[in-house]
Write a protein that binds this ligand. Structure first.
Ligand code: 5GP
Length: 292
């Protein structure tokens, strides 16, 4: 029989070794697939002793909710240790890790697609204008719309102003990454070509679109970062909508209805940024583009 003191020292040492492996995964020193392979080839290794939940949780970008979903998909019990998976589980986890690794390295080579959305009148336009001013090098998508230009709006800079027929043709020829009828009135859409070109050349690009569009972009390009701009409060949002003076009372009421539904969509987004101070909000968005 082993001396209990000796056994507890061994247990402490093992825990420490497991913690070191987790840190190595977290900091990117070791890639998760190589840790998993070590666990499967050596049942006494610290890697083998990691709980599957601890292992997945050490990988950047994977939190509690994702862990649950991944384990459900791969049919692995959250109580399992990495070194004690069945053959089928080993196989499915290893192909999942491989897919993720390939996807990550592709995403690193490409620029980032940052989608800024949020309820109507939250000040998306102001934040975007501030980014343009302070970061002239940042690329923006220019949407197509069927609405008329407002005073001061420039064709090709603020929007591509198109007729219904032109818009229809862009949709039919699959030139739109996403499109939506906004405020139940006009159609707005993101031309796909400039987005693909920017990302492939390694540049990041910002899309300022509505929430329906943001959802479509996430489906088409899951690597997109969805940013939800929040007003400091709901009352402030109503005040901003009523005082900006670009819409008549009927249009204001319609936009407020849309904003109420949109406000509830924030949980679908990757990041929320409160637009209390425009400079701070603008910098927060730019920071996301650099991936830090
Ligand atoms: P506005 O008419 O005030 O310029 O824009 C109205 C709304 O249309 C804003 O919420 C804006 O985010 C949204 N929007 C602008 N461009 C696009 C786009 O390309 N796609 C989608 N889905 N929404 C857009």
């Amino acid at each position: 029989m082993r001396d209990p003191r000796e056994a507890s020292l061994i247990a402490v040492e093992r825990r420490r070794a497991r913690a070191a492996v987790k840190r190595e995964i977290q900091s990117g020193v070791r890639n998760p697939l190589s840790v998993a392979r070590e666990a499967w080839s050596d049942a006494d290794s610290p890697a083998a002793g990691l709980r599957i939940t601890e292992f997945l949780g050490s990988i950047a970008g994977i939190g509690v909710v994702k862990i649950r979903r991944i384990l459900d998909d791969l049919e692995i019990s959250p109580r399992k240790r990495l070194g004690a998976l069945g053959a089928r589980q080993t196989e499915s986890l290893s192909s999942w890790l491989l897919d993720r690794q390939t996807h990550d390295s592709r995403a690193n080579m490409r620029g980032r697609l940052v989608v800024v959305a949020g309820p109507t009148a939250v000040g998306k336009g102001t934040v975007v204008a501030r980014i343009r001013e302070r970061h002239p090098d940042v690329k923006f998508s220019v949407s197509a719309t069927t609405r008329d230009p407002r005073p001061g709006e420039v064709e090709g800079e603020h929007y591509l102003f198109v007729t219904d027929e032109e818009f229809e043709r862009l949709v039919e020829t699959k030139q739109m990454l996403e499109w939506a009828v906004v405020h139940g009135q006009h159609r707005y859409g993101t031309p796909r070509g400039p987005i693909v070109a920017a990302l492939e050349s390694g540049s990041s690009i910002i899309l300022e679109i509505d929430i329906q569009g943001a959802r479509q972009v996430k489906m088409a390009m899951p690597e997109a970062i969805l940013v939800f701009l929040l007003p400091p409060s709901w009352n402030e949002l109503v005040r901003r909508l009523q005082t900006r003076g670009t819409e008549g009372p009927e249009e204001q009421a319609r936009r407020l209805d849309t904003a109420r539904v949109e406000y509830d969509a924030q949980s679908e987004f990757d990041v929320t940024v409160i637009n209390d101070d425009v400079d701070v909000a603008a910098e927060a968005v730019v920071h996301l583009m650099s991936g830090n």
